[in-house]
Design a protein around this ligand. Structure first.
Ligand code: 13P
Length: 341
């Protein structure tokens, strides 16, 4: 099993309020309390009922791989056109609360000149930004494929540092410890590794004074390895994942927004649905999917302007299916109904 962490931050920028009177400690405390409240409110808005997050923060290298799969050259303008297609999808704000952008994308604009962050905000969608430059090899740990304590704790420490810096800047951190699911391991092994990671992560977050009510957790689901001989179905995935999170994630965390991590789009929806069907839970269980929200749209688009509408329909449909999964009301029949509608 490989282990990887990436750092993503999301949330509207929250500016420190100026004190009326320098040296006035009460003014300071009040503005700190207001800022803390804003962080909590933003985190809650990102996991509002029936809504989830679109991760559109693929780095230039990753989006090139996605475009290769449809035979499209990755240029600044094809990347911009693709993101415009997603962000201008009619009515998608019914199901999407936030979008995580990549550094290049946050500086780009729609064809009518509207900067992407403003376009999203005008639809009531909260724009966010990925801040990492990709996974890097861990020093003195060459060839590590099963995470050692050293690997887990150094990554947990770094994630908590990142979260503390975000909160200090009044930005909601999305804390993303990802255990990759490539390999032949069992779901039990995935459970044990994910547990060790979450235990370290919350120890570090508390040690570093992070207010977890102003954060969201973006983890992997607990799955069998993709090449395992026997792969667990949605019910088992839900049981193991919930067991793990009930043990290790404080109820003060407002939401857990899963990454899809290479699952098929329908599996990612069915697994989220199975967990929510067992609710209510102490935290909102939602999605922050990249591939599982975008794959059908990318395929339908194929880089051709005449396919933009079909691609937007495909993205809207996946967002709607995942919205249903937020309340345990998804069923595979809904996929077919939508296709024939
Ligand atoms: P996937 O859902 O494709 O794993 O991507 C999520 C993500 O974190 C992108 O930054």
């Amino acid at each position: 099993m490989l282990y990887q962490l990436s750092y993503v931050r999301l949330g509207r920028r929250l500016y420190r309020r100026r004190r009326n009177n320098p040296g006035d400690d009460i003014g300071d405390r009040e503005s700190d309390a207001m800022a803390q409240n804003d962080l909590h409110e933003t985190a809650k808005a990102l996991v509002a009922e029936g809504k989830g997050i679109l991760a559109a923060d693929e780095s230039t290298g990753t989006i090139k791989k996605r475009f290769d799969s449809i035979g499209l050259e990755s240029t600044e303008d094809t990347r911009r056109a693709y993101r415009e297609l997603l962000f201008t999808t009619p009515r998608v704000e019914e199901y999407i609360s936030g979008v995580i952008l990549y550094d290049e994308t946050i500086r780009q604009s729609a064809s009518d000149g509207t900067p992407f962050p403003r376009l999203l905000a005008s639809k009531g969608i909260i724009p966010g930004i990925k801040v990492d430059l990709g996974a890097k090899p861990l020093a003195l740990s060459e060839g590590e494929t099963l995470p050692s304590d050293y690997c887990i704790w150094s990554n947990a420490h770094a994630l908590a540092r990142y979260a503390a810096l975000c909160e200090e800047a009044r930005i909601v951190p999305i804390v993303e410890p990802e255990v990759l699911m490539d390999g032949t391991h069992t779901i039990e092994q995935s459970y044990h590794v994910t547990s060790r990671v979450l235990k370290a992560l919350y120890t570090e977050l508390y040690d570093q004074r992070v207010d977890v009510e102003g954060t969201l957790l973006k983890p992997n689901m607990v799955l069998s390895g993709y090449d395992a001989a026997e792969r667990a179905g949605a019910e088992e995935v839900a049981e193991w994942t919930l067991k793990c999170f009930y043990k290790h994630v404080p109820a003060a965390v407002p939401g857990i927004v899963f990454l899809s991590g290479g699952q098929s789009d329908e599996d990612a929806t069915a697994n989220l649905n199975a967990m929510n069907a067992k609710g209510p839970h102490p935290w909102q269980l939602s999605f922050s999917y990249g591939r599982a929200l975008q794959a059908p749209a990318l395929k339908a688009w194929g880089g051709k302007p005449e396919n933009v509408e079909a691609a937007q329909h495909a993205y809207y449909h996946r967002a709607k299916m995942n919205s249903a999964a937020r309340s345990g009301l998804y069923a595979p029949e809904l996929e077919r109904e939508a296709v024939t509608a």
